[in-house]
Design a protein around this ligand. Structure first.
Ligand SMILES: Cc1cc2nc3c(=O)[nH]c(=O)nc-3n(C[C@H](O)[C@H](O)[C@H](O)COP(=O)(O)OP(=O)(O)OC[C@H]3O[C@@H](n4cnc5c(N)ncnc54)[C@H](O)[C@@H]3O)c2cc1C
Length: 292
């Protein structure tokens, strides 16, 4: 899918845009499993997939290799790219590889500090913020990629306040981003407040909400702890009511995500981005319930 088709899909008022997020597999076995999940999900109406990029460039090769495999399967791909540990020239080289691999877009990110490091330290010849990478992509390959950036409905954990966080988001968009994908959130009100703040700050591009069907209370606590997302009390109660029954908890996660997506689309979200954790089951159930 070309850049313009992808951007048109995101802007289409006719049908919600659906994307799913994969992470690069650690080994060949995980790679085969990931591609099987992609095969399962492809006919279910996904518009594109995105593939994350490991901290410190650890997954650079797998992002390119498996991204290219997804492209070959006919799935338009957004490759994530972070500034961690990279000089500008190195980032330019990776952008060129994404171009050759046939990626449709790039999600331009700053990235998190590597393990054991508290604060983000920019490479001396790199970028301190995602905004620089957005500019670099536009300069290296003008008009070639749909460029996305990250948005945080519950505010980025390092941000001083909502106002400055949104001002910096507006800066990334002004630098050339075509869309925003959000961090996962489990209460739609956080998304709608975020969109209102972004629109007030002049951000007009589509803001694709990130949704994760939780797998269990334990998984939700781990994952949401890591990305600093709040778990609503009502969801905790529904999960606790399942006791140790993991399948029942997974179904609660799907049902919560179905209600979230219906609520998001009803109030004007351009689509939804599913954090599938490289697993097909909950995404298949989610898509089936939304079709039904
Ligand atoms: C959808 C999504 C996908 C992700 N994919 C990956 C991935 O593949 N790999 C990975 O390692 N991580 C990924 N992350 C995590 C992300 O890298 C971290 O959350 C990181 O801490 C912030 O990245 P950013 O691009 O939002 O940074 P930035 O936009 O640079 O923001 C980082 C912080 O700096 C502030 N800031 C921004 N611009 C400025 C400025 N000009 N001056 C001063 N302060 C500024 C912001 O308010 C924020 O607090 C993803 C996050 C999301 C939401």
């Amino acid at each position: 899918m070309s850049r313009s088709l992808l951007i048109d899909a995101l802007r289409s008022p006719v049908r919600p845009t659906v994307s799913v997020e994969f992470f690069p597999p650690k080994d060949a076995e995980g790679g085969a499993r990931m591609l099987k999940v992609a095969e399962t999900l492809k006919p279910l109406g996904i518009d594109f997939a995105s593939l994350t990029y490991g901290a410190g460039g650890t997954s650079r090769d797998t992002t390119i290799t498996y991204g290219a495999e997804l492209v070959k399967m006919g799935i338009p791909l957004i490759g994530h790219l972070t500034c961690v540990g990279h000089a500008r020239a190195e980032l330019a080289g990776i952008i060129e590889q994404y171009d050759r691999a046939g990626f449709s877009g790039i999600l331009a990110l700053r990235g998190d500090p590597p393990k054991g490091q508290k604060d983000f330290v920019a490479h001396p010849e790199g970028f301190a913020h995602a905004q620089g990478l957005v500019r670099l992509i536009a300069a290296e390959r003008p008009g070639r990629f749909a460029v996305g950036v990250a948005g945080f409905p519950e505010r980025h954990p390092d941000a001083v306040d909502d106002l400055s966080d949104i001002r910096f988001l507006a800066g990334k968009v002004a630098a050339g981003a075509d869309f925003v994908t959000t961090q996962l959130f489990l209460d739609n009100e956080d998304y709608f407040r975020f969109v209102d703040r972004a629109r007030a700050a002049g951000v007009t591009v589509p803001i694709l909400p990130g949704v994760m069907p939780v797998l269990s209370l334990k998984q939700a606590r781990n994952f949401c702890g890591f990305c600093k997302a709040r778990i609503p009390d009502a969801l905790v109660r529904e999960l606790e009511a399942c006791g140790p029954d993991e399948e029942a908890q997974r179904q609660v996660g799907v049902s919560w995500a179905v209600r979230q997506v219906r609520g998001l689309i009803a109030r004007g979200a351009p689509g939804y981005h599913v954090y599938i954790l490289n697993k097909a089951e909950s995404a298949v159930d989610l898509f089936a319930a939304l079709r039904g």
